[in-house]
Design a protein around this ligand. Structure first.
Ligand code: SF4
Length: 195
C-alpha cells in the first residue's frame, strides 16, 4: 500500500466514534523515506481544522525543537497514535487507540523507521508496548535513548515530553529543550546514515 492510499483510507475512516465530530482526519505528513517518525497523541483544535499534525502552539514549539537538533520538519514523518480529534482534547480511550492503531502500524511498516521519537505518554505507552520495552512514567524516562532490534535493523526510540507540556511551564520547557539538545548528536548521526 502507498502512503497516499493509506491517507485516503484514514480520511474516510469511521471505525471509531471520533469521526462524528472531526472536521478533518489528520493522517500525518512529511518524508516517508527519512526513516524518522515522530508520534504524538492525537490531533487538537488547530490540527482538526487544518488536517495537519502539530500546527498549533505545541507544533510551533516542536518546530523550534526540530530546528535545535538540525531536523527540517519536511524531512521527517510526523503523525499521531489516533488520527481524529477527541472532544475537548481529552486523551484517546484504549478502545479508540486499539481501533486506530492499524493506521500507525501501516505507517511504521511503510517508513521502516530507524528513529522513533514519541511525544507524550500515549505515544510512549503504545511504542513501548509494541517493542516490549519496560514502561515507566515519562517523568522518569524522558530523553532517554533505547535501542531495539527489529527484523532488518536497529531502531532507536526516544521518549520525549509532549511539546504542549512546555507551553505554560517555563521549568518544564527548559527540561524539554535540554532533552532535545542531549540527543542532538544521536539524531544527527541517524540522519547522516540515511543520506
Ligand atoms: S480516530 Fe482513527 S479509527 Fe477513529 S475514525 Fe478517526 S481514523 Fe478512524
Amino acid at each position: 500500500m502507498r502512503i497516499e492510499e493509506l491517507e485516503k483510507e484514514i480520511h474516510l475512516c469511521k471505525r471509531c466514534g471520533l469521526y462524528k465530530n472531526r472536521k478533518n482526519a489528520v493522517p500525518g505528513e512529511g518524508n516517508i523515506f527519512s526513516r524518522i517518525i515522530l508520534i504524538g497523541e492525537a490531533p487538537g483544535y488547530h490540527e482538526d481544522l487544518q488536517g495537519r499534525p502539530f500546527v498549533g502552539a505545541a507544533g510551533k514549539f516542536l518546530d523550534e525543537l526540530l530546528r535545535i537538533v538540525g531536523i527540517k520538519r519536511e524531512n521527517v514523518y510526523i503523525t499521531n497514535v489516533v488520527k481524529c480529534r477527541p472532544p475537548n482534547n481529552r486523551e484517546p480511550t484504549d478502545q479508540e487507540i486499539k481501533l486506530c492503531s492499524k493506521f500507525l502500524e501501516k505507517q511504521i511498516t511503510l517508513i521502516k523507521p530507524k528513529l522513533i521519537i514519541t511525544l507524550g505518554n500515549v505515544a510512549k505507552n503504545y511504542i513501548f508496548k509494541k517493542f516490549k520495552l519496560k514502561n515507566e512514567p515519562i517523568s522518569k524516562i524522558h530523553g532517554k535513548v533505547y535501542k531495539v532490534v527489529s527484523i532488518d535493523s536497529v531502531i532507536t526510540i526516544i521518549p520525549m515530553y509532549h511539546p504542549a507540556a512546555g507551553l505554560y511551564d517555563p521549568k518544564r520547557k527548559d527540561v524539554i529543550l535540554k532533552d532535545w539538545l542531549n540527543v542532538r548528536d544521536i539524531i544527527k548521526s541517524i540522519i547522516e546514515e540515511n543520506v
